[in-house]
Structure formats: C-alpha cells, structure tokens
Design a protein around this ligand. Sequence first.
Ligand code: S3P
Length: 432
Amino acid sequence: MDKQTITATSALRGSTTVPGDKSISHRAVMFGAIAHGRTTVSGFLDGEDCRQTIACFQKMGVAIHYDRNQGKVVIEGKGFEGLNEPSELLDVGNSGTTIRLMLGILVGQPYFSVVAGDESIAKRPMARITEPLRLMGAQIHGRRDGTYTPIAIPGREHPLTGIEYQLPVASAQVKSALLLAGLQAQGKTIVREEYRSRDHTERMLQAFGVNIDVSGNEVSVSGGQPLQARDVDVPGDISSAAFLLAAAAIVKGSDLRMTNVGVNPTRTGFIDALAAMGGDVTFENERVLSGEPVADIVVREKPLHAVTISGSLIPRLIDEIPVFAVIATQAKGRTVIKDAAELKFKETNRIDATASQLRQMGANVQATEDGLIIEGPTTLTGAEVSSFNDHRIGMAFTIAGLIAKEETTIHGAQASAVSFPKFYKTLRLLSE
Ligand code: S3P
C-alpha cells in the first residue's frame, strides 16, 4: 500500500478550490440515467467512488461520456424503463452510496442483476436497505439472507407498493433508496427520520421535475413520476474542505479561503462545531448553485476549546468526525462525541480507527460505545499510522501529522483518491 510521510508544516495560506461534492456527483449520474433527455454535469468529482457509479450505469446500457480533464459528464438518460439488464456484475468498489442508492433503482426493474464491491463493502450492513425494500415487495437474494453483499435482484414480478417507514437511524443513503424505489412503486412512499440527514436527493429530484413533499423530518413521494433531465453544477465538497479547514484551524498562523463550497445546512455541522469551539470561520459570497447553497469559506487559526457534540448535529457532520477528533486534541478541555455509533459502519470502524491511531500519536482519547472522549490540548508525536484503506481516516491523520513533532507515516494513503485525488498536492501548495 502506498504511503506518505508527513512533517510539521508552516502556515496554510491562500485560496483554493476543493473537489466536487461526492454525494451530489453520485446522484447527478444516477438521476441523469433514469431521467428522460440529456443531463450535463459540471464540477463532477473525479474520485474512484463516483467513477464506479458511472461504470455501473454504463453496464445498464446508459450512454455516459466522461471528460475527466473538464470534470464534465454527459448522460443520455433513458428513463427508469430504458435501463437494460447488465451482462456483468455491478461492481461498486468501495462506494456505499453507489450500492445503497442503486439498490433502490434495481428493485423496481424487471431484469436480473447482481451487486457487490470490495472487502469493506462486504462488511457493511445492507439490512438497513434490504429490509424496507422488501416491505415494498422487492425480491432480494444475497449473502446471509440479503443482509450482506453480494446481493442479487431476480427482477420484479409484481409492481412495488409504497410504504410509510421510520428510519431506525438517520441515513441519507437509506432515505434516498426508498425514494427511488418509491418513484417506481404504486401509491405513496413516506420516509421519516428522527434527525434530518443530508437532503441532496430531495433537492435534486425536485430539480428534475419530481413532486416531492418535505415537511420537517418527513419526505414523501408518489410513484409513477418521470424525471426530466437538467444540467447540474456540482459545488465543492464540504467534507473534503473539512480537512483543509481543520488544518488551517490548528496550524499556527494559517489563513485560508476555499471557494465554491457546498454549504447545504444538512452538511455544515463541522463548521458549527468549529465555531462553537471558538474557531474563526466565516462564509462569504453566498449563493445558490443548481438548488444547493454555496459559499466561500474563510478560516483562520485561533485557539480552540472543547465542546460536546451529539443528537441532531451528528448526521450533519458524520463524515467529518475523524478530523474533528484530530482538532479536539488541540482544544482545551474534554471534547465528547456521542450518538455517533453509525461511525462503526462506515468504510472502516471509524470509532476504533480514530481512537487507536490518535493514541499512537500520543493523544489522550477514549473510544465509547457511540463516540469518543478526547482530552486536550496534547502535543502529538509523529507515528506510523494506518488509513485502514478508508479515505477519511488517512486524510484525518495527515492533518494530525501537520502539527505533530517528528515524522508521521500514513500507510494506505492512496485511499484519499476515493474523494480527494489531489489532497497531498493541495496541502503542499497551500503551505509553500
Ligand atoms: C451519504 C450519506 C452518509 C455519508 C456518506 C454519503 C450519501 O451515509 O456517511 O458518506 O451520499 O447519501 P449514511 O446514509 O449511511 O448516513
């Protein structure tokens, strides 16, 4: 596995963009494929996960042209009814979003399909998707009764039926899969969550001409509505920006601007948490791009103090918790992260991975059933750490390495290609 050596850096300064939003890039390809007409996507994330989504829909006969240099994808949508039976396995690689959203599409289709991914996907729970889809009448086979990959869909014999479903845990992937199945079902599908997860699906379906009702934490959609193609401009990914934000928040003298970043309120929990810690972070040039709020984010290094994060904030920063834990090591006092048991089911168990690797670097950290407790500030010391082949773990510990004394080696650093292919290059440019 590829490794990167990190040493303490000088201040991060200047202005940069960040790669396109992963969640929005996946959805743009999928919704473009099931829409009628041509969808052009700009600012598409050139990451491994999103390329798997393109490949899967190409295998279902959708013409998709991807110009990697331009970051442009052109999709010739064929409608739900225009997808073809794939002649090969639909391989999602490392991508949970691809498999879970795609299952919501596949269960409404008349043909046979098999989906699987890498070792990490094989360990991730699929019951959260297959159980409610079965309640809609979906036929699903798979390992351990369809709760783990590989999963086979024999092809629907009867139309799906809409359901009313309360999600056991907030999850945009599950919510989106049910809405996509709901669009192919008879009647209405209603999805409720205790806390609101990211709402890119709701926003983009509306933009594609679907009537969708959103009321508080409840979303409903009636079956049989077609999607109309439309162009999508993908903003920068706030989850990728979070690594640079974190670095600038803790590396002495930093002053950084990130332009054109998505600041959808269902995704800005990390900014709120950083501000609550006394961090200096502001939005400028706020505007709306393809139905999504976008801004430039300006961040300056400032001493931080500890906070407790829990409840409805957690789904709003779920992917940022590993790097949040890194900045918590530099904050004064006890930082408590709770209600985040979901972290165990990400690309790796992110509670264990974050705690064990932070400890390697000398942090005072304790893993709990549903989160982490971190005492700060501590001086971190460079160490040999592993990404566990999880992009966000590798990048979080790279940020830790920037403030550690002595050298840090990140094993499995290539995992960053999943969501931030030029991560190491960008960091180098900003600290020159
Ligand atoms: C995503 C939803 C979240 C997030 C993942 C992307 C999405 O997962 O962690 O990185 O694009 O819908 P859950 O739905 O499992 O919370």
